[in-house]
Design a protein. Structure first.
Length: 122
């Protein structure tokens, strides 16, 4: 009887270990990665918000354009980086014909690039 209990114990122990290694560990890693991405997203959003609060009434149109772009990107992406915003601004610059709007896009692009040059490096 003790032999059968030992075998059952080892089998259950081995099954629990296998379950932990193959199922639970990857799920925990993925959860940690998602938490880090969400923290990064919140960090990018709060950095943009703080930067524009300090800019005061200056660059109102540029702030609005960046906020619109950020919201559009956040609707389709889990994490929005400065690179994403820069790419969206470049796309708008390429397709825009209104001179005033082009100037707003250029100023917005300049603000984003100046704000975080380390994130824009290749």
């Amino acid at each position: 009887m003790d032999f059968h209990l030992q075998r059952l114990f080892f089998y259950l122990t081995d099954s629990i270990f296998t379950l932990t290694v193959m199922v639970i560990a990857p799920a925990v890693k993925q959860l940690v990665r998602l938490v880090m991405e969400l923290r990064s997203l919140a960090s990018t959003e709060s950095q943009l918000s703080e930067y524009f609060k300090n800019a005061g009434a200056q660059y109102t149109s540029e702030k609005e354009v960046i906020a619109i772009i950020y919201k559009q990107l956040a609707a389709v992406k889990l994490r929005v980086s400065n690179k994403d915003i820069i790419l969206a601004l470049l796309e708008r610059l390429e397709s825009e014909h209104d001179v005033v709007q082009l100037d707003i896009y250029r100023q917005a692009l300049e603000l984003i690039v100046q704000r975080a040059p380390e994130e824009t490096a290749p």
